[in-house]
Design a protein around this ligand. Structure first.
Ligand code: 13P
Ligand code: SF4
Length: 314
């Protein structure tokens, strides 16, 4: 529970500054409780693009704040902790990515939203886990495509669509950590439980899953499914919303390989706290800036995603 004084101070600052608080499902519960909107990375970009607020506080990781700033250069965008990065975005250096794509001329470059602004500037279409498959399927089935940076999501889409996209070899340190052996043990113990997994998980985990999808898709599945028990293979923060929406259902976080650490927690996402959120609104810092030359290139690939998502009804 958020301390009431802090909650009131944040509400007052928000009003004074005409600010909106957008939060990702992986944020600590207290932030999800006070945010104006909680969603997956696609929904956060869609919200940022349409809000009338003058200030956006993006409670998530750096690339999410950057995406909001790229879409809304006239707004001020803050994140509670500037060190909230992303191992997946970090696994794709823009200089190396540029050399990589130069090896494959005539390929359409599709990048997952978990990338830096510089990588988005080299990209034709940005996608998220909520729309990647559908957007890729708008291209002719024989279209040559480069997909980066997540090899697991890329392999998954290749297997679903029968395509042979050239993949950048990147991954997320949280989703790569789930233990297949421990998940099998859990499934034996909870024989009625369904395994639901984010497509950033390794193929061995996805092969066992009853449902695969973005955080928003996993959440929807738990509400619409008749099942009452779920083993959840994604960052543990999503369980807050799952339990709120389905108080009579049971959610079991999938265990990581190394049980001595909380590897199913994204240490970057968890850097943001309500106290830091309050300070960032009060001090208007840390702020997200994007070089204008980079922004002008990156915005095209994000707008393409938003336009296609709208057409596809996503
Ligand atoms: P979503 O697109 O499902 O929100 O996932 C973002 C993310 O960072 C997953 O690790
Ligand atoms: Fe990045 Fe993984 Fe954290 Fe998602 S869970 S923000 S992909 S490091």
């Amino acid at each position: 529970m958020v301390d009431n004084n802090l909650k009131e101070s944040i509400a007052k600052l928000k009003k004074e500054k005409n600010a909106v608080i957008l939060a990702h499902y992986y944020q600590v519960e207290e932030i999800q409780e006070i945010a104006d909107f909680v969603g997956d990375s696609l929904a956060l970009a869609q919200w940022a693009a349409k809000t009338d607020a003058e200030v956006i506080v993006l409670c998530g990781v750096h690339f999410m704040g950057e995406t909001a700033k790229i879409l809304c250069p006239e707004k001020r965008v803050f994140i509670p902790d500037l060190n909230a990065g992303c191992s997946l975005a970090d696994s794709c250096d823009a200089v190396e990515f540029e050399k990589f794509i130069q090896q494959y001329p005539d390929h359409t470059v599709i990048s997952y939203v978990n990338t830096s602004a510089a990588v988005k500037a080299l990209t034709d279409i940005v996608v998220t886990s909520s729309n990647a498959r559908q957007i890729i399927e708008t291209l002719p089935s024989n279209a040559p495509i480069i997909f980066g940076p997540d090899r697991n999501l890329g392999n998954y889409i290749n297997s679903l669509t029968g395509r042979n996209m050239v993949l950048w070899d990147g991954a997320c340190h949280v989703h790569e950590q789930f233990s297949v052996e421990k998940i099998i043990e859990l499934k034996k113990k909870h024989s009625n439980a369904l395994l639901i997994a984010h497509p950033e998980c390794k193929t061995v985990i996805l092969n066992l899953a009853d449902h695969i999808g973005s955080t928003a898709s996993l959440l929807k599945f738990t509400s619409t499914s008749n099942a009452t028990e779920f083993i959840v293979a994604t960052e543990v923060g999503i369980l807050f919303e799952m339990r709120n929406s389905n108080p009579n259902k049971t959610f079991i976080p999938a265990p990581p390989n190394d049980s001595t650490c909380a590897c199913n927690e994204c240490n970057f996402m968890k850097l943001n706290t309500v106290q830091k959120l309050y300070l960032c609104l009060k001090n208007e810092n840390p702020e997200i800036y994007v070089d204008e030359t980079v922004r002008l290139k990156a915005v095209k690939s994000i707008i393409k995603m938003l336009d296609l998502s709208r057409k596809l009804g996503l």
